[in-house]
Design a protein around this ligand. Structure first.
Ligand code: 0O2
Length: 269
């Protein structure tokens, strides 16, 4: 990597990170729009700074011209999950993606690092198009739970504070908290089914209300205003006093009514 040109060199990495973040965020919204539980809770991405690239190259004895070949995480994506089980669900999604190639995987869940670090890493090639042509970019996707992420952020800032030489007593505390995090993830897994079920139901109900409001708004433009106000009052009654099932039934009927009115409008103008 010619250092004078590093800004240009890193531009396709920026593009790869932006595209991948958008794709994973879109998956989250697809799950939610379908009223399904999303194994992805948060997605972030970053391109390593040039000084951090040089530090890593130096640490690993990598020559400048080999940086792009040997440093895997110049482009980095981080996917955060609520539960440990979600991690392998996300890995399965990544393995099936046709717009990237999985190069290698590292399972620091089964085998945590000496520091106590736990996470699942998938290294991929991702293709981008730039005005200079096609580029195949290496990217590292880290997948971990909220709790693992919390631990990793603290440990990372301590590494920085102590310049990579964390005192033994602090290391021991970090190891103890890594064990506590693992225990927490285990406890959380035992209530996963409840959370997954309630989140799915919550999103379905929220989606149903949004669809009803949308239908009411559309009907207001094409149908008799008094009739629509009457339907609106009925909706408020069910919303305030009815059951979720009654609200769903009301939503289904309104869907049908809105479709009929729309068809009539198209037919007769
Ligand atoms: P930054 O600042 O986060 O980018 P290798 O020598 O090949 O075994 P390598 O290339 O570092 O190690 O690969 P690995 O193990 O997949 O680690 C890549 C990234 O994972 C690191 O990037 C960190 O982001 C994260 N990571 C790995 N080990 C630890 C750890 O013990 N603690 C924390 N907090 N994060 C870790 P960088 O470039 O080291 O750091």
């Amino acid at each position: 990597m010619e250092l004078y040109a590093w800004r240009e060199k890193l531009a396709p990495y920026e593009l790869a990170v932006e595209e991948l973040v958008i794709k994973f965020r879109h998956m989250m919204s697809d799950y939610r729009a379908a009223g399904r539980y999303s194994p992805i809770e948060q997605v972030t991405g970053r391109v390593k700074t040039i000084s951090s690239i040089l530090d890593k190259a130096n640490r690993k004895g990598v020559e400048l011209e080999d940086i792009e070949k040997r440093i895997d995480d110049i482009a980095g994506i981080r996917i955060i999950c609520q539960f440990e089980e979600d991690i392998m669900a996300v890995v399965a999604i990544i393995r099936q993606m046709t717009d990237l190639e999985v190069v290698s995987e590292r399972d620091y869940l089964g085998e945590p690092k000496e520091s106590g670090y736990r996470s699942y890493h998938v290294n991929v090639f991702y293709h981008v198009q730039t005005i200079y042509g096609h580029r195949r970019i290496r990217a590292e996707i880290q997948i971990r739970t909220l709790a693992m992420n919390f631990w990793a952020i603290i440990e990372h800032s301590l590494q920085y504070k102590y310049n990579g030489d964390i005192p033994t007593v602090v290391k021991e505390r970090l190891m103890a908290s890594a064990r506590a995090v693992q225990q927490l993830d285990l406890e959380m897994s035992s209530i996963r089914e409840d959370v997954v079920g309630s989140q799915g139901a919550f999103r379905r109900d929220a989606g149903n209300v949004a669809d009803i409001l949308n239908n009411l708004q559309n009907l207001y433009q094409i149908a008799d205003k008094d009739a629509v106000l009457c339907i609106q009052r009925e909706f408020y009654e069910i919303y305030k006093h009815g059951s979720k099932e009654e609200l769903r039934e009301f939503g289904r009927k309104l869907d049908k009514l809105a479709a009929d009115k729309k068809a009539q409008k198209l037919r007769y103008g």
